[in-house]
Design a protein around this ligand. Sequence first.
Ligand code: PHE
Length: 555
Amino acid sequence: MSEQREQWQSTAGFVMAAIGSAVGLGNIWRFSYITYENGGGAFLVPYILALFIVGIPLLLLEFGIGHYMKASAPLSMFRIDRRFQWVGWWAVGFTMFGILIYYCVVIAWCLNFIVFSLYQPWQDLAGGANAFFFGQFLGAQDAGGSLHGPFELTGPRLTVVISLALVWAINGVVVGRGLRAGVEPVIRVFIPLLFVLMIGLVVWSLFLPGAGQGLSWYLHPDWSKLADWRVWVAAITQIFFTLSLGFGIMIAYASYLPERSNITRNALITAFADSFFAIFAGVAVFATLGFMAQAKGMPVSEVVTSGIGLAFVSYPKVISELPFLSSLFGVVFFTALAIAGLSSSISLIQAFVSALSDKYRINRGKAVGTLCTIGFLLGLVFTTGAGISWLDIVDHFMTSYGLVLVGLLEALIVGWVFGGERLGAHIEEAGEFRFSAHYGTFMRLLMTGALALTWFGLHQTGGGLGPFLARLFVLLSIAGVWLQRSWLDYSLKIIIPVVLLGLIDRSLAQEFAAPYGGYSATAVVGIGAGWLFVTLIVAVVIDLHSWRAGEGRRG
Ligand code: PHE
């Protein structure tokens, strides 16, 4: 089987595809509202620390294991130890049938907004862009203007349904053609185009009057924010989401690499390109918000809609305020978002199909067609009037628990069972390049810097047993990073598990303090936790179903 496994045409194709998966709605739409909600520029600090402490090591893990096993996530896990196949199925399962389902709905909104930008229908509407997005477009508001609850499923919105069908059709055609004939060539057009569009937007936004006001708000770090656990939780979960970690995507993508591959370099390029893109896109978003604040004579904090609507409410407002070529600005912005989103959705479907074909004899075209049809049908619930609450709840649970739990399991399984040192050795060997000499020191320095900053941050949280233990752990970690032979091993075995367990503990504490987002407990537990639980059961069932003849023995 591994003889026939497809391969990337070139390393550049792989790196672009990995960047294409990483750079998505998460970098523009999600990053900007999460940054906004977590204190603007202050958020960049925990975000970058999370990148170094959790993001890069896990990316190395996913690339390294996929490359070593030449297999998708479930088969890779199975080959580490036959008990762990379900972890891989759960990863590709809840992301494909959870995250991707609403994700494609957001891409669909972008397609709609490309068209709306041309005639800006929110202009003459009482209530403006806000009423347009939540009311007229999504049908998510009742007569009094408040949002529908999660159980008020009013009919699907036809405009969204049509563009959703288009999104799934594009997904299906691209992935259906296979890695070399579909995914790779499409990504090679999408990614450069995306960067060009983004550069255009950033330059444009910087010339708007008031841009500086928005930027200074964006880039001004408020260190006291580091004392708030919620900011850390948001930063780490955002890193998971934005680097496509815990989805099984990076494992599958790396499985198509040739024997000789510089995994370290590719992981660093992917991680830096992704964060750079997010921070860069943030410049465009916040500069334009600054422009609007000035135009309206209000502070930045008052012109912004927080949450999911930021890109779809604040941006349209900005578009209408622009002195010239305003439609073009909107078209470019929403096209960039749609392209970023599509290159991510494609990666996940590819990862799922790869998992399926590692286990079952499938006909690719039929499998992709069926998957995309199911994806479209499940997506319909997010096109109803209750869709936006569903989206909020599902996103919260999938990201805060699903991705993080998969990351924790991966770190433990690879760290302790497969062996972190062994992974490091494989990465070195495949890239014909030694960790210990340059990269090891580099990573140790980066991790030390990140941990030291974390220590200072924790220092501000004051007394109590929790912060004390956290500080102690940080100090021990710094020692460990230097004393251990393999920093990667140490990071997978100890640092990442402790950080992620702490994160899950904090998130759960918040969950019990009050139901997420002010929704009813039934909705939160039923929709959010229920979704994760059902996909977990399905993963276990698939696990119990044995491999096709011969495959199991290769474990
Ligand atoms: N990394 C992607 C992003 O930031 C997350 C994602 C990947 C979502 C694949 C869906 C499918 O948007």
